[in-house]
Design a protein around this ligand. Sequence first.
Ligand code: FE2
Length: 192
Amino acid sequence: MIAYRIKQFVDGITARPLDNGERATVDTILDDRLRPLFYGMNTGDQRHCFKVYNCGMLLWQRAAANSNLSAEDIPYYRGLLQRCCLLHDVGRGNEMSPFKKAIAVFLRKCVPGYTKSLAEKAKNKSLGSIGRICYRHHMHGQIGGELLNSLGYEAEGSIVALHHCRDINIISQLDKKKQQILQILKKADSMH
Ligand SMILES: [Fe+2]
């Protein structure tokens, strides 16, 4: 886990911006309302989400071949997975730099209960920069989910909101097809 976190940190501070071809891919997948969310993320998060998208598409090929999705379902769920991969960390906001993320991860490891309650309290009141960092780090799934819901992308919002959730009772509230998309997203995310 420590090696994974170090890799994430190094990837974050050394991330190169998307090139023209990669931006064209994003622009094809995301419509006018979703594109500003993607490009509003910092370079490290854009790069991470693009890697998760590429990985998600590879995992999708295997999953779709072995799933019971109908021919009609396949394009819809493929598009849903693409949007979720590209936007899964949008709730972090552009102020969440790799350094702030490292602080949040460190605090979570050292004082998990304190940072969790600080994050929950910081949702409704200003608790300074540490409160904001904890809030953005702990709650970014829910924040991103609510943002997508508010734009009318409820399917995407319901999946993005749970991309760090481990509670099977909560996950099982999604229908089976969305659960499959969530599993692919989580797997791709864990690999980058
Ligand atoms: Fe995330």
